[in-house]
Design a protein around this ligand. Structure first.
Ligand code: GDP
Length: 445
């Protein structure tokens, strides 16, 4: 790939559409534009970022009527001069428009070459360049939002902070080894050990896929229990609104009822299940199947028991069904006289009077926050792999520091960690890594 030539490609997807865009980038972008496009207003000067009407011409022949824009460096996608030709979106006319640019001196761009130039010219780092691809490929708003954050530099900033920490640690080691008479090694080693442990933990937390999911879509809580124990009432009490329909007839909540609340910045999704008991009717069977799925996929199950009634067979089934998941056993209806021989509970509440609900909300907030971790950052396999290697190097650094070997050895581990993190943003990425990233791009991006 030559660095300083001018490239061109169709930037819009293949197929037919209203308009198509041919993008040109490089030092000769303006010259290419001038010979491939005839301005309608016959002006000779091209202003930057001005949309101009005219005709696309390929070697003297008019190909289409269209619009064009020139974006002078550095205010462009690649930080080079960029020109765009907007033609009608037919496959043939688009190809002819590209040929007009090629006939004017540009060469066909390789996949991802525009974004690669943006990377090489320092407009974006490697993680941000990857985010462009993720945004284009995003299925659903949550994925798009995540990609957008990465594009804005959320990943890069987190990585940069960790790298800065490592650089500070390396500076401390250097000071200690350079001035052995003035700086004592033991307290420095103890301080470094502490810092390395913290950083390693933070990096691992940033890789936790569950944290990323909780951050993205929220903490999932499912309310389980036999009919009439007060699940809907609890859901309403937590949400603070009449969300689920509450009746005293058993089995009124057939489908899963959902609600979401925001607890100190953490989204908590609540699902009220239809009960886990094996049912006869088709509709009930579906409800039970959904309930079981909801329990299995939940971050936390609130198992509700009626404290005013002795345990039933169905209560026992619910307890058995939720045994292997993260659950809290709640004794509800504590405003009523208590029944004998109730199992040990994590909390007692009254969904009716609201007693204990605030405490429950508070504990849910803490649990959700914990699950969110430090706000997991990394969702891409390449980033997670690099961060984990950095964490491993930091763990090795801890062992070195604990063993009392000279601090120089710890510096080797810290440098490894630094290098691994640099792969994420591209600061320390080998050419092959960069090639691999851009190989996944499409032509024109
Ligand atoms: P679900 O079938 O588990 O969703 O239970 P519901 O929320 O529909 O409640 C069943 C019945 O128990 C309703 O009549 C509620 O008013 C009542 N109930 C729910 N929570 C309490 C409580 O804390 N105390 C009392 N006394 N009654 C409650």
């Amino acid at each position: 790939m030559m660095k300083n030539d001018t490239i061109a490609a169709i930037a819009t997807p293949p197929g037919t559409g209203g308009v198509a865009i041919v993008r040109i980038s490089g030092p000769e972008a303006e010259k290419t534009l001038r010979s491939a496009f005839r301005r309608g207003d016959k002006k000779t000067e091209w202003k930057s970022h001005e949309f101009v009407y005219g005709h696309i011409v390929r070697g003297g022949e008019t190909v289409d009527e269209g619009m064009a824009v020139l974006m002078r460096a550095p205010r462009s996608y690649t930080r080079e001069d960029v020109a765009e030709l907007h033609c009608h979106g037919g496959e043939t006319v688009t190809r002819m428009t590209l040929e007009a640019a090629l006939a004017a001196g540009a060469r066909p761009a390789q996949p991802g070459e525009f974004t690669r130039r943006a990377f090489e010219n320092g407009r974006v780092d490697l993680a941000q360049a990857e985010a462009v691809m993720r945004l284009i490929g995003a299925q659903g708003e949550a994925a798009a939002r995540q990609a957008r954050r990465q594009m804005d530099g959320a990943v890069s900033r987190g990585v940069e902070k960790a790298r800065q920490k490592l650089l500070d640690m390396l500076a401390e080691i250097a000071a200690c080894t350079d001035f052995p008479d003035e700086i004592e090694e033991a307290p420095t080693a103890a301080k470094l050990l502490d810092e390395a442990r913290t950083l390693s933990g933070a990096l691992r937390a940033a890789c936790d896929p569950r944290s990323a999911r909780v951050l993205e879509t929220g903490f999932n809580v499912v309310i389980a229990g036999r009919p009439n124990v007060g699940k809907s009432s609890l859901l309403n009490a937590l949400l603070g609104e009449e969300r689920a329909i509450v009746t005293s007839e058993a089995g009124t909540t057939r489908d899963a009822v959902r609600g979401a609340m925001e607890l100190a910045g953490v989204r908590v999704n609540l699902t009220d299940t239809a009960g886990l008991r094996e049912a006869d009717s088709e509709a009930e069977k579906i409800g039970v199947k959904r309930a079981k799925e909801a329990v299995a996929n939940a971050d936390l199950a609130l198992v509700v028991l009626d404290a005013s009634q002795p345990l039933t067979e169905e209560d026992r089934e619910t307890l058995a069904e939720t045994e292997s998941v993260n659950r809290w056993i709640l004794l509800n209806k504590t405003d009523l006289p208590a029944a004998a021989r109730l199992p040990a509970a994590d909390m007692t509440i009254s969904a009716q009077t609201g007693e204990g609900v605030e405490t429950l909300r508070e504990r849910l907030r803490e649990e959700a926050k914990k699950a969110q971790g430090g706000g997991a950052l990394l969702t891409q396999a390449r980033h997670i792999d690099a961060a984990q290697r950095a964490a491993e190097s930091l763990d090795a650094m801890c062992r070195t520091l604990e063993s009392g070997t000279p601090l120089d050895f710890a510096a080797v581990d810290a440098t490894d960690a630094l290098r691994a993190l640099g792969e994420i943003t591209g600061e320390d990425a080998a050419e092959t890594v960069v090639d691999a990233v851009f190989a996944n791009f499409c032509v024109g991006k």
